[in-house]
Design a protein around this ligand. Structure first.
Ligand code: BDR
Ligand code: CA
Length: 310
């Protein structure tokens, strides 16, 4: 199975990504590292534990990481995810414990103790933990198989400012470190995740699984969707983070192009913007495979089938 570390700030869509990974035998989740993002760290680490317990995978190793971005103050997204970050279902307080090791140490140690190209990193939140790991031990960059991340947006614009997507905006300096690291990157920007919309029919399919996981997921999505439905008049909300895990399982669901991507860290107006050289008008190094399209029917079929296994 492919060895992965999920770095995350759960978040309802992070929760679905984690459940998808834990349900999939093709993936070996070496650890889940929490970071501050959608809500502050004490809540994201607790939510990560709750999700592992919901999945019935109490043996999963969960670590706490950075409590704030490298340079800027933390910006959170309770307006989308609710006060707890995981509003919707009434999940019990976790009895599972966090591991003692710091998330950044766990990332460094795992990459250094595995062979080159053996471990894939899956960031679903701000890139603070990853940047700290790369700064602490630059030898991890050539050892990473791939960094498959949810973040950025180009043709679609931003969702937290007109120019920036939330994960990159919260810690643009960390994102800059990651995009310059030399490690191979697969990027799932808003351009693709805004095509992975839940609908009433899709939420009903999750509930129709007739399991505890199916019911909890339906409740999470009903809470989470209300934001996009009110704001954009859409039927449902975008399932950003599960796109990362779906790519590992069925890359043929996605279409993209190898491009140069740079992150804006200087301008307040466009802070955290991901500038994608889609048309190859510069000679800059092609550092990321940037996705733009998704087979959304196939994606939801995969998600529903896998959640049904938990
Ligand atoms: C990203 O921001 C968070 O709110 C979501 O969990 C996702 O990772 C989308 O911009
Ligand atoms: Ca997230």
């Amino acid at each position: 199975a492919r060895k992965i570390i999920i770095d995350t700030d759960p978040g309802q869509d992070d929760a679905l990504a984690i459940l998808l990974a834990l349900a999939s035998p093709e993936l070996d989740v070496l650890g889940i590292t929490a970071v501050a993002g959608n809500v502050p760290l004490p809540l994201t680490e607790k939510n990560a534990l709750k999700i592992c317990e919901l999945a019935g995978k109490r043996e999963t190793a969960v670590f706490a990481g950075a409590s704030r971005p490298l340079v800027r103050d933390l910006v959170t997204a309770e307006h989308v995810h609710g006060k707890t970050g995981l509003d919707g279902p009434d999940l019990p307080e976790p009895t599972m414990r966090l591991r003692e090791q710091h998330a950044v140490d766990f990332i460094v140690e795992t990459l250094m103790s595995h062979g080159e190209g053996e471990v894939t990193l899956c960031p679903l939140g701000p890139l603070t933990n990853l940047a700290l790991a790369l700064i602490r031990e630059p030898r991890i960059a050539p050892r990473v198989k791939e960094i498959v991340l949810m973040g950025g947006g180009f043709f679609e614009g931003g969702n937290i400012t007109p120019a920036a997507e939330f994960n990159i905006y919260v810690d643009p300096h960390a994102a800059d470190v990651v995009f310059r690291s030399g490690a191979p990157i697969v990027m799932m920007p808003l351009d693709v995740t805004h095509k992975a919309m839940t609908t009433a029919r899709r939420v009903a399919a999750f509930r129709g699984l007739g399991t505890r996981v199916g019911a909890a997921v339906a409740q999470m999505l009903e809470f989470y969707e209300r934001f996009d439905e009110e704001k954009y008049g859409s039927d449902g909300g975008p399932l950003h983070d599960p796109c990362v895990i779906a790519w590992l399982l069925q890359p043929e669901l996605f279409k993209g192009r190898q491009c140069n991507v740079e992150v804006e860290t200087m301008s307040e107006l466009t802070m955290g913007m991901t500038v994608v050289d889609w048309w190859g008008v510069t000679q800059r190094r092609k550092n990321a495979l940037v996705m733009r399209d998704i087979d959304h029917e196939g994606f939801f079929a995969l998600l529903t089938e896998r959640l049904g296994r938990l």
